[in-house]
Design a binder for this molecule. Structure first.
Ligand SMILES: *Cc1c(COP(=O)(O)O)cnc(C)c1O
Length: 232
């Protein structure tokens, strides 16, 4: 029996997550086949908020190393308990949390204003590897961001330029959550348009995006199940 960090690969929860992971990967494979893309281009991020660090060890044992969290306090504790994972910070970011986040995160997906670029660059200055940054784009036509934050599309090129110019940060692209209750197709088309402008202005970031896979999927419920309380 294989045991990783005290979690048996055959405990019922590991079996459940393995089945969910297989189903999610099958859906990704089908979507990629339909779009003429390779599944190797896709980074699957398991969103582990509200779930224990033991689940992160189960995911690691199943070969999934990219995990995401949306709150610093919860993320920091879990990252300490499962430091072999690559931690993605997805949630709304406050300036005073940047130092903490830069201490454990591989990537921050929610940079939407210049003060965050400055604070992250300062906090990441003594890291061994640059901190990956995605500029979060607000795709809500009403500009409300659905409460999730995000820079207005018109502000994205300037923000991307700031990230690209900050040595300890590595611009990886744009990130967005489709607006709730609206057709996701025009929203994602708009994201592709904004990302295209950023790629044209920052060829190094575009090359990195292609090399490392330009699409990151953040999946929570389908992998780990329902959450006890709604957490944004
Ligand atoms: C919770 C969360 C997800 C995953 O949501 P699910 O519906 O559980 O798949 C993705 N992105 C962010 C920013 C989240 O907070």
């Amino acid at each position: 029996m294989v045991t990783v960090s005290g979690v048996s690969a055959r405990d019922p929860r590991s079996v459940e997550i393995a089945a969910n992971l297989a189903a999610v990967r099958q859906r990704i494979d089908r979507a990629c086949a339909a779009a003429g893309r390779s599944p190797d281009e896709i980074t699957l991020i398991a969103v582990t908020k509200t779930f224990p660090a033991a689940d992160v060890h189960r995911l690691l044992a199943l070969g999934l190393a990219d995990v995401g969290e949306n709150r610093d306090q919860e993320a920091r504790a879990k990252a300490a308990a499962a430091s072999a994972a690559r931690w993605h910070f997805l949630g709304r970011l406050q300036r005073n949390k940047c130092r903490s986040v830069a201490g454990y995160a591989t990537a921050v997906h929610s940079v939407d204003r210049p003060v965050l670029v400055e604070a992250l660059a300062r906090a990441a200055a003594d890291r061994p590897a640059p901190l990956d940054v995605f500029v979060q784009v607000d795709l809500d036509p009403a500009g409300q961001g659905g409460g999730r934050g995000g820079a207005a599309p018109a502000a994205v090129p300037e923000l991307a330029a700031l990230v690209a110019a900050a040595g300890p940060l590595r611009l990886r692209g744009g990130m967005a959550v489709a607006p709730l209750g609206a057709d996701p197709d025009p929203a994602y088309a708009r994201l592709a348009e904004v990302a295209g402008e950023v790629a044209a202005a920052h060829p190094a970031a575009a090359e990195a995006a292609v090399r490392h896979g330009s699409t990151h999927l953040r999946i929570g419920t389908a992998l780990l199940g329902g959450r006890a309380a709604p957490v944004r």
